[in-house]
Design a protein around this ligand. Structure first.
Ligand code: GLC
Length: 748
């Protein structure tokens, strides 16, 4: 009898244990449950550990042994299908349970075919194009065994001093959300297991771009309403696009490091949004909670990371060193560990790694194909922003003699931009050869003028001035080296480095028309140069095909259509400056302020009409968000608002006619902005709520319309509710954030 009751009790206990693993019909969930029930604690902890073998081990045989013992779940920065397959074979064939590795790499804007930096891609305002560019990147990376990339970086930033602004989508939540969706879908495709698809990683979650002073890794102080209305929307868009993973960021948010922040990682990401992929820390960001002064020991860091909801620790060993002790001390539970392991296994199953763990080492050309390069060139063309074009200097005639001058005119490495690991400068096609190819060598004279952007020597000026004298037009390619933006590279000053300003002045003094092309990873303070040049094309660091793209644009084989995704300040002193600012109690009044030099001597104490702006810089930026010119011109007319008053559940159509009033067929990105005049919290003076690209032949008119519902009009208020409020709204449709036809409507 005893034996029977023992068997009965053990059966009941076993089925309870199984049932604790969430009964499910989903085949992947079933496999996860079965696998987790087989795993030892060491094997579970192993799945939560990611390393770069070259950074963690002295000898490669160590990594083999750790994988063989199931002590590593993921590696990063292992390159080449052969090397990846070798490690994968150990995991699949020699470890006890054969769980495959997930291999990660930073493929931020290209693998071998380098696309423009993400801030440049955002300037295209063309999500379809961006998705294509990111799909090329994923396809190339997966051919080398990489099945997970730490992209897209979708941190909002309003501070170009921050070096990582280059990697992000700019300052606006709506545009950033469109880019997040496009990048996730481009990388992950329809099916994560399909060849060419790789898992994306929404990073850096969250508020990293709000680093105080634009100093990388610095503290972020973000009120909940700002967090919800500005910094979280792009990450929510990534979730809605099905992003497989998130990365917790280095910064602390209001005193709690993002990698130990249960509010963002658990309450919002898991409970509110229902995310069921996995969260990886940033490099060492779990252990860095000790440096933050948030954790006293490595064990404390592991406890806080796990209790917040970071599933996998990248490149630090707090988890593997402390999880067992934390379980014994009941500081964490085995359910939490099982949850994290399930999240990781879920993505491995969805990637098809259990069925197809190896990368076929095919000789088929996947890298740098003509199609890939074509997409890279088109992406670079659409990323360029025309900021000035006096006297229709551009496009240039192909019969002219051109002086190509500047440290970035033939800079194959720097042209690719920041966060390039696998792109090769030998593949870069730069501006100088591209112009020579288009015009012929006899029509081009070249003088570098400066060796690099930081060159302080003027010894090259004579040659540059001579080149200018012998040409009809000067194309000056300036900006910053790629290493001057990106991680850990913040700048206090945004002027052009080295003697570039002096070079431009010296060339301009020759008196020929000057076209300035800027290659940079951030908005630069170029206001002093605007009067000295006739045209400005902001090309950003624009990737492998940047040169041919610029040549096509300069000579009219392509027409600029880019729009700024971030406000350009007149100088550092104006930062932060962004278009969707609050009104304040004394909004700036363009008709009634007194600039510094106009203040009367011995003026009596009086505001002189000045309000929330600077006496020297005023309140307008150098170039506003959404700004970008074309070689043609567009006229907006006939704004229509379908209803003056709508109910809360209603909708309003806003439309406008756009006419190409110039002589070139071109694209225009029409932008829709709203202003919620009064709210339960103060509301931005403008918010982007729609944009559409329209192609127009000379003389052609098309109508563009947008629909607004309570969804677009909603915001997170002080009662922690995301909702629209009744009241009056202004609405604009225009070419940028400061111009446009205005209408209004109300929600009653
Ligand atoms: C870096 C970056 C992160 C990157 C990771 C792996 O420090 O912050 O964006 O994905 O480490 O290279």
């Amino acid at each position: 009898m005893k034996r029977k009751s023992f068997l009965l009790v053990s059966f009941v206990l076993f089925s309870l244990l199984i049932s604790a693993q969430k009964p499910t019909a989903d085949p992947i969930e079933k496999k996860i449950n079965i696998l987790i029930n087989k795993m030892t604690l060491d094997e579970k902890v192993g799945q939560m550990f990611q390393i770069d073998p070259s950074a963690f081990f002295k000898s490669s045989s160590d990594v083999d042994e750790w994988i063989r013992k199931g002590k590593i779940g993921s590696v990063l920065n292992v390159i080449g299908a052969e090397k990846v397959n070798a490690l994968q074979r150990i995991a699949v064939k020699e470890s006890r349970l054969g769980i495959p590795l997930i291999v990660g790499r930073d493929v931020i804007h290209g693998y071998r075919t380098i696309m423009p930096i993400p801030l440049a891609m955002s300037s295209s305002w063309n999500p379809e194009m961006v998705a294509m560019a990111m799909h090329v990147s994923g396809k190339e990376a997966s051919s080398d065994g990489i099945r997970w990339t730490f992209a897209p970086m979708i941190d909002i930033s309003r501070d170009p001093r921050w070096g990582r602004v280059a990697e992000g989508p700019g300052e606006d939540p709506y545009l950033a959300s469109a880019m997040a969706k496009a990048m996730v879908e481009g990388l992950q495709g329809e099916d994560l297991a399909a060849s060419g698809s790789i898992a994306a990683c929404a990073k850096h979650f969250v508020g990293y771009g709000a680093a105080e002073g634009g100093r990388d890794y610095n503290t972020s102080l973000i009120p909940e309403t700002e967090l919800r209305n500005i910094y979280l929307p792009s990450f929510k868009a990534a979730k809605d696009a099905g992003v497989a993973t998130y990365m917790s960021s280095f910064n602390d948010i209001n005193g709690i490091p993002a990698s130990g922040n249960r509010h963002t990682l658990h309450d919002i990401l898991r409970n509110e949004w229902g995310f069921n992929g996995f969260v990886v820390s940033d490099w060492g960001s779990i252990a860095e909670m000790i440096n933050h002064g948030f954790c006293a020991t490595s064990k404390d860091a592991a406890e806080k990371g796990i209790n917040a909801g970071v599933d996998m620790e990248m490149s630090s060993s707090s988890y593997i060193e402390n999880i067992k002790t934390l379980l014994d001390e009941k500081k964490i539970s085995i359910q939490q560990i099982n949850e994290s392991v399930a999240n990781i296994l879920r993505i491995k199953f969805k990637l098809g790694l259990f069925d197809h763990p190896y990368t076929s080492v095919s000789t088929e050309k996947v890298l740098l194909t003509d199609d890939n390069l074509k997409i890279a060139k088109e992406m670079a063309i659409e990323s360029a922003v025309l900021l000035k074009n006096d006297k229709q200097t551009l496009p240039l005639s192909k019969s002219l003699k051109i002086a190509v001058i500047g440290p970035l005119a033939d800079a194959p490495h720097d042209q690719m931009g920041t966060w390039v690991f696998d792109g090769k400068k030998a593949d870069s096609k730069t501006v100088l050869p591209a112009i020579i190819e288009k015009l012929g060598a006899t029509q081009v004279v070249y003088a570098k003028g400066l060796s690099i952007s930081r060159d302080k020597s003027v010894s090259g000026f004579v040659e540059a001035i001579e080149a200018a004298r012998n040409a009809d037009v000067c194309v000056l390619v300036v900006g910053e080296e790629s290493i001057l933006s990106g991680e850990a590279h913040s700048l206090a000053e945004l002027h052009l480095q080295g003697k570039q300003n002096e070079l431009i002045e010296a060339v301009a003094a020759v008196g020929k028309p000057v076209v300035m092309v800027v290659m940079a990873g951030r908005p630069l303070a170029i206001g002093n140069l605007i009067p000295k040049v006739d045209a400005i094309l902001y090309a950003w660091h624009n990737g492998t095909m940047g040169g041919p793209a610029i040549a096509d644009l300069l000579f009219g084989d392509a027409i600029p259509s880019g729009k700024l995704p971030i406000t350009f300040p007149k100088g550092e002193g104006q930062i932060p400056i962004y278009y969707n600012h609050k009104s304040t109690g004394r909004p700036a009044d363009i008709k009634n302020w007194t600039p510094l030099d106009k203040i009367p001597v011995e003026a009596v104490q009086h505001s002189l009409g000045n309000t929330s702006h600077y006496l020297d810089y005023g309140f307008e930026p150098l170039f506003p968000f959404g700004y970008g010119l074309s070689y043609t011109t567009f006229a907006y007319s006939n704004l229509k608002v379908s209803k003056n008053v709508i109910p809360m559940n209603g909708l309003v159509e806003v439309s406008v006619d756009i006419t190409n009033t110039g002589k070139y067929e071109a694209d225009e990105v029409a932008q829709l902005y709203i202003h919620d005049r009064f709210g339960s919290i103060t509301r931005p003076v403008k918010e982007l709520k729609g944009f559409k690209r329209v192609s127009l032949k000379p003389g052609e008119t098309k109508s563009v319309s947008f629909t607004l519902t309570k969804t677009e009009l909603a915001f997170w208020n002080n009662e922690s509710k995301f909702q629209a409020e009744s009241g009056d709204f202004d609405v604009w449709i225009g070419s940028n954030s400061v111009e446009g036809l205005k209408g209004s409507f109300a929600i009653k």
